[in-house]
Ligand binder design. Structure first.
Ligand SMILES: *Cc1c(COP(=O)(O)O)cnc(C)c1O
Length: 262
């Protein structure tokens, strides 16, 4: 990681691989807002004779919607969740090269998985079916468009956005310039009805904020609502918007975008 910008330091990755000679290299993250350069990781893995495992838990929904690069042509194994941007039931999936299938199957069952849950398997089939539709492509692209606007608006409000923006559904940001650390900010925002998560930042020990746009996009929100959310969030953190007042505004905003339209 480059300490200042938060971008992956590719030369450091190459040096680490050359010195440690790992059997497998895992690329993927819980809080990286930029695309992963799978071709680069493939090149490094080949150089040191390692398997390449892509943990695409977060971006796989964007991959399905053609809004992020596909790890499948590059990685020996691709792991992903079905319950994040892919918008299915809680669960996972593993794709791998045919010659690894037997070993992967054996590692999953009986070692880590019990009996099959048929209702979850059925729900995964529905999610995969939905992910193959033009509507899902539109959703994935809107998720990214919303995240870009939200990142830009948060930066304009004074938060330090990691890497200066996002390519994905995800944003991490340091609220310190507004006078609060991430943990305090999360508590204050939750009280106001704005629910988000804390995460590590590329520099220092302070916690940052981690936001994603998949859920609000599914509700039907667009760029205009992202601007409203950024303004509301900054107002709460600066202490210029009272919690009660913010809660009312959140209720009013969310009320216009019911998750299950009647
Ligand atoms: C979410 C996630 C997983 C899976 O974790 P769950 O607790 O099952 O949701 C694995 N890897 C990464 C990078 C993730 O973000």
């Amino acid at each position: 990681m480059e300490a200042e910008s938060g971008f992956i330091d590719h030369e450091q990755v190459r040096t680490l691989a050359r010195t440690r000679r790992p059997k497998a290299i895992v690329c993927g993250s819980i809080a990286y807002p930029r695309h992963i350069d799978y071709a680069f990781f493939r090149e490094v893995a080949d150089e040191v004779g390692a398997y390449l495992v892509a943990d695409a838990a977060h971006p796989i929904g964007l991959v399905a919607g053609r809004a992020a690069p596909n790890p499948v042509p590059y990685a020996d194994i691709v792991c992903a969740t079905t319950h994040k941007v892919l918008r299915g039931p809680r669960g996972g999936m593993i794709l791998c090269r045919a010659e690894l299938a037997e070993r992967v199957d054996r590692a999953v069952f009986p070692f880590t998985q019990g009996g099959a849950q048929m209702h979850t398997i059925a729900a995964k089939a529905v999610a995969f079916g939905e992910a193959a539709t033009p509507a899902f492509v539109a959703y994935a692209h809107q998720v990214v468009a919303n995240a870009r606007v939200l990142a830009a608006r948060l930066a304009a409000e004074g938060l330090v956005v990691t890497t200066g923006g996002t390519d994905t559904h995800l944003i991490t940001a340091d609220p310190a310039p507004l006078g609060v650390d991430g943990r305090t900010a999360r508590g204050r925002l939750a009280a106001a009805g704005l629910v988000l998560d804390c995460c590590a930042l590329p520099h220092g020990d302070a916690r940052g904020l981690r936001l994603g746009t998949a859920a609000v996009t599914t509700q039907g929100m667009g760029e205009a609502e992202m601007a409203r959310i950024a303004k509301l969030l900054a107002g709460v953190l600066r202490g210029v918007t009272e919690t009660v007042r913010a809660r009312e505004e959140v209720r009013e905003l969310a009320g216009g975008f019911p998750p299950y339209p009647r």
